[in-house]
Design a binder for this molecule. Structure first.
Ligand code: GLC
Length: 530
């Protein structure tokens, strides 16, 4: 199919937590390669790996000190090449996580830049004088708390960082920075990667006048970064269009590659990142399912808003969880997480599945002394950090869950439920959430209606969310019960006639549908309409 990513399912791997192969308690590339058979069995099409480049690990790889190398913790370039070759041999695409907004403060570029005011690389980063009273140049705040400016004693200026002080922002208005960074894209494209997830895209260009952001309105507390009210001058700048276009141009020098832009933005702002005339991201991320209340009416309204806002030819995508947000099974409970799986895999657009969600992993309990996430450490509140959703993959019932050897301490604790709740047990259990994910993915692969078909809302009625997907006259109806009580759906018009072909409960007494649908508690069904 043209544009392979349209009909595909993406699987996100957090490399520290997927599979340790060398017994240091941290996942690595050979570990990922050793689990590719599992991903092929599951049926996903593409693997997005969070950053694997050399990094002092202040933000666990999102602080890059060399954009064209492999972090020794994760392996070598040879390990990387083998991973790509083995993935491709299984028909799996590889998407890397590119972090262009900021480097590590240990990157040679920044070390040079901070060495003196006259260094030719001084303006590769943003350096500004203090205000007269010595305070930072403006009121911009770091996503991880505190001012976004850090004072440099040696050269007597502040530098800007949208995230940690160890993550100085690169000056993308400087053509030398543009050239150096675009070169790093080609480096990986030449090595055969199929695309990039572009980190922190909304922050790349900043107000050239560095104006103060207006005071924030009250916002509901949320768990995770990037959740403050929209900073007017420090994010989503109009000049981002130009950067997006430069990145796209490079990727278009190669066949069939994909760009996913990480963008936490309201829909009316998000759509701009599709660009015009093929100049944008193929998929600006749609993060809204992560934040919306688990309520049929609100989800239906969200889908309508998204579908309605998409530009012509703009391909949708959906995300239920990632390495920055609490896991879906912890947000809505194990039973509803199965309904969420059906929603994710039957909506129109490319779904991204976060590792471990397919076995219903929950947020881990992290004792205060084992908190590792800088955001958690800085906030002083262990529950605010992102460690809980980054615990090691639960492969089997052995000590350390098959993630690392039994006598090694994994970098984050393994949740107690791993002895029961793990991939091996669930592969053997036809009623497991893993079996459900696999069946949903298999069905999706078989049904063009799910891959590329039209979306038609059938309404939200109390706890029930219903919609259809249609392609070439084949109509599939999805009806989801978002409650823990039995529910019946009687649509006011177009009464459904057909047969249930999949239930989230994976067993169903009656597959016959005539006019209405009875749903068990926490049940969702796919109905083939006749
Ligand atoms: C993105 C990443 C997050 C990281 C931040 C800074 O939001 O998903 O994990 O901390 O960018 O790079």
């Amino acid at each position: 199919m043209a544009d392979w990513w349209r009909g595909s399912v993406t699987y996100q791997i957090y490399p520290r937590s997927f599979q340790d192969s060398n017994g240091d308690g941290i996942g690595d590339l050979p570990g990922i390669t050793s689990r590719l058979d599992y991903l092929q069995w599951l049926g996903v099409d593409a693997v997005w790996v969070s950053p694997i480049f050399p990094s002092p690990m202040a933000d666990f790889g999102y602080d890059v000190s060399d954009y064209t190398g492999i972090e020794p913790i994760f392996g070598t370039l040879a390990d990387f090449d083998r991973f790509v070759a083995e993935a491709h041999a299984r028909g799996l695409r590889v998407i890397l996580d590119w972090v262009p907004n900021h480097s590590s403060d240990q990157h040679p570029w920044f070390i040079e830049s901070r060495s003196s005011r006259d260094h030719p690389k001084r303006d590769w980063y943003y350096w500004k004088d203090a205000k007269q009273d010595g305070s930072p140049p403006n009121n911009w705040q770091s996503e991880f708390g505190g001012p976004a400016w850090t004072w440099d004693e040696t050269t007597g200026q502040y530098y800007y960082h949208a995230y940690l002080p160890q993550q100085p922002d690169l000056n993308w208005r400087n053509p030398a920075v543009q050239a150096a960074m675009l070169h790093t894209l080609r480096f990986w494209l030449d090595r055969g990667v199929d695309g990039f997830r572009v980190d922190a895209l909304r922050q790349m260009m900043k107000d050239p006048q560095w104006r103060d952001n207006p005071p924030k309105p009250d916002v509901a507390p949320d768990l995770g970064p990037d959740t403050q009210a929209m900073p007017v001058y420090s994010a989503d700048h109009a000049d981002n269009d130009h950067v997006v276009w430069m990145i796209r141009e490079v990727v278009d020098e190669y066949n069939d590659r994909l760009l996913i832009g990480e963008l936490y933005l309201p829909y009316e702002r998000l759509m701009r990142y599709y660009g015009t005339a093929g100049r944008g991201m193929h998929m600006p991320t749609n993060m809204h399912l992560i934040r919306t209340a688990w309520d049929a009416g609100q989800i239906a309204a969200l889908i309508d808003r998204y579908e309605g806002a998409l530009p012509d030819g703009g391909w949708p995508n959906w995300v239920l969880g990632n390495h920055d947000r609490p896991r879906i099974a912890s947000r809505i409970g194990a039973a509803q997480a199965r309904v969420a799986a059906m929603l994710l895999l039957t909506l129109r657009g490319t779904p991204t599945l976060y590792y471990g969600d397919e076995i219903g992993m929950r947020d881990g309990l992290i004792p205060p002394e084992r908190v590792r996430d800088p955001w958690g450490l800085r906030s002083g509140n262990p529950h605010l950090g992102r460690d809980p959703e980054r615990t090691p993959m639960q492969w089997d019932a052995s000590l350390n869950a098959g993630f690392c050897p039994a006598d090694v301490e994994p970098w984050l604790p393994i949740p107690d439920d791993a002895t029961v709740n793990n991939a091996a047990n669930q592969q053997a259990d036809t009623g497991s959430v893993l079996s459900l994910y696999r069946q949903l993915i298999t069905l999706r692969r078989r049904e063009p209606a799910f891959q590329i078909g039209r979306y038609r809302p059938r309404g939200a009625d109390g706890d029930i969310l219903a919609y259809e997907r249609e392609h070439d006259g084949r109509r599939l109806l999805i009806v989801l019960n978002l409650s823990a009580n039995p529910r019946a759906w009687f649509p006011p018009d177009d009464p459904p006639l057909g047969r249930v072909i999949l239930s989230t409960l994976l067993s169903r007494a009656d597959d016959h549908v005539a006019g209405s649908i009875e749903l068990a508690p926490d049940e969702g069904v796919v109905v083939e309409l006749s």
